[in-house]
Design a protein. Structure first.
Length: 128
């Protein structure tokens, strides 16, 4: 099956935000079964939602951090912290998003989000 325009646009945006190494490893490690998921997330999340003109990547990254905190998806949050840095979100802005999330998601979710973000930021050498 030929790749759709939505998939190609999503793949480009996904690589811009999450990095080619991460995205290519996900695709390479996906068998035929998992490629159904890869295609769906690339087309819907990245080709459609992330590629819309209404918000820039920095804003979308900050929103994603808040939503992942609210959903308790802390492993994913670590991945998106790295993407947020690539999208121009500062460490201070990441901290502010997570502080805001504490107020609306509660301290247990906020604590886990801070821990996940701290691990990701440390791994990226972003903390002084």
């Amino acid at each position: 099956m030929a790749d759709s325009e939505l998939f190609e646009r999503g793949l480009q945006r996904r690589r811009e935000v999450l990095g080619s190494e991460y995205v290519d490893a996900n695709l390479r490690d996906s068998d035929e079964f998992m490629m159904a998921f890869q295609r769906a997330v690339t087309e819907v999340a990245w080709g459609w939602a992330w590629s819309r003109p209404g918000l820039d990547a920095k804003t979308r990254s900050m929103i994603s951090l808040a939503m992942l905190t609210a959903l308790g998806r802390f492993d994913e949050l670590g991945i998106y912290v790295k993407g947020a840095l690539r999208s121009g979100v500062s460490v201070g802005e990441i901290q502010e998003v997570l502080i805001q999330a504490i107020a609306y998601c509660g301290t247990p979710a906020g604590r886990q989000a801070f821990l996940a973000a701290h691990r990701a930021l440390s791994a990226e050498g972003a903390l002084g």
